[in-house]
Design a protein around this ligand. Structure first.
Ligand SMILES: [Mg+2]
Length: 444
């Protein structure tokens, strides 16, 4: 019935008859399709770029209705696969797929001991797949289910790295020419295993055979890089830098103060999660904006930092916290406290996970910045519908759900271990170790 004739019929009906008619109409609209039930939970384990990605596929009892979610924890990928297949799959089969928050709470509590990275990533894979299913059911991209867009696209930062400072500046200029307004700069320390840039040639006297890293050598080099970058690249570009939690707390306090004059967009992870009490001291001493949180997997870590306004950007790895469901709540809490989002977006997040990041970016008012990646051809072959990066902005896909289809035949061409060499291969995708000159192990 056309809207005009429906209104006409309602107007003509006596008052008592109108109410049931209206109730029926509302019930039909709200009910939509029947509630789908989870028929199967599968894992797609693939490494098209050499990094182990874990994607969960949930299949429902309704024809052609399924969804994908990212549960990538590349350093312990096979454990996430087992957590999904051996524990969550039997727990979920037969349950309704349209009760996302309820299922999240049920999964979270089903192991009794919780908040570990393996289990949180497994839950995230399921959680994001359920959001994908809900979007497909509604015929809408997930950002519409969160209330719609607050902005057209997500402004991104890109990584400029190099063994020498001049090389970093050159790479930054190339990225700026591509349209990026925000650049993260990292430089190597000669002969050392610095974070974000190789050290290149150079001899460091050391008492062991492992890769070496000395915090004071790094801090001196990083200050020189930031000073040169601000001078050479101009005032307008936004500069970012990642300490990667590799220095002592008091060194971090000093470094944050020394960086104030470079007017950074943010300084990332100056402290490790074990040292978060020190953020209060940094805050009291300087105005360098602080981003923190890619290693967080427990509410006990982010709640006090946001509540007490001790950081400026919350930088959680969405799958590590348990998926879209907890992270949209974290974003809402952060908004109330004036903290912005900067979700972790490295290569070891699948394109499904990146789409979850960008969905939060466009749908949350307190978006700060998004870390970007360039998807190589092999990743695009496996994941059809990757987010589009243009002029330094990431765009969401406008198709229902995440708008991504996984080519499972292509995924099989790149099994775990594909492209891995040396220590990475020997450690089954895990990381080795880095030590100070005297042999003391450091956090990586
Ligand atoms: Mg980082």
């Amino acid at each position: 019935m056309k809207r005009r004739s429906l209104l006409g019929a309602l107007a003509a009906a006596p008052l008592a008859a109108r109410e049931p008619q209206a109730q029926q109409t509302a019930a039909r609209a709200a009910r939509g399709v029947p509630a789908p039930r989870i028929r199967d939970v599968q894992v797609i384990a693939t490494a098209p770029q050499g990094l182990r990605l874990t994607v969960v596929k949930i299949v429902t009892d309704q024809d052609g209705l399924y969804g994908y979610g990212c549960g990538t924890y590349t350093q312990r990928a096979e454990l996430v696969v087992a957590a999904v297949e051996r524990y969550l799959r039997p727990f979920l089969i037969g349950k309704p797929a349209d009760r996302i928050d309820d299922l999240w709470q049920a999964m979270y509590n089903s192991s009794y001991w919780r908040n570990g990275p393996v289990l949180n990533n497994a839950i995230s894979g399921v959680d994001q797949a359920l959001w994908d299913i809900k979007g497909r059911m509604a015929g809408m991209p997930v950002y519409q289910l969160l209330g719609g867009k607050c902005r057209e696209a997500a402004d991104c930062y890109a990584h400029a790295s190099g063994r020498e400072i001049a090389e970093v500046i050159d790479n930054a200029r190339k990225l700026m020419a591509q349209g990026f307004r925000h650049i993260r700069v990292q430089v190597g320390v000669p002969g050392q295993a610095g974070y974000g840039a190789g050290g290149g040639a150079g001899q460091v006297e050391k008492l062991h055979d492992a890769p070496v890293f000395e915090p004071e050598d790094y801090l001196r080099r990083a200050l020189k890089l930031l000073e040169t970058a601000r001078k050479e690249l101009g005032e307008a570009v936004e500069l970012l830098h990642d300490v990667h939690e590799r220095v002592s707390p008091i060194q971090a306090v000093r470094f944050c103060k020394e960086c104030e004059r470079f007017r950074l967009f943010f300084l990332e992870d100056p402290l490790s999660p074990e040292d978060i009490e020190w953020f209060r001291i940094i805050r009291q001493q300087c105005s360098t904006p602080i981003a923190m949180g890619e290693l967080f997997n427990s509410p006990h870590e982010w709640t006090p930092l946001i509540r007490d306004r001790l950081i400026d950007f919350i930088r959680i790895h969405v799958s590590q916290a348990g998926g879209l469901t907890p992270c949209r709540k974290i974003a809402a809490m952060a908004e109330l406290m004036g903290v912005k989002t900067a979700w972790h977006g490295p290569g070891d997040v699948s394109p499904v996970g990146h789409m979850a990041n960008i969905t939060l970016d466009v749908a949350c008012h307190n978006f700060g910045i998004q870390e970007s990646v360039f998807f190589p051809d092999a990743v695009r072959e496996v994941f059809e519908g990757c987010p589009v990066l243009k002029n330094g902005y990431f765009y969401v896909n406008e198709s229902p759900g995440w708008g991504i289809e996984v080519n499972e035949a292509a995924a099989k061409k790149y099994p775990y271990g594909y492209g891995e060499k040396g220590e990475r291969q020997r450690l089954n995708g895990g990381w080795g170790e880095v030590r100070r000159r005297d042999g003391t192990i450091i956090k990586q």
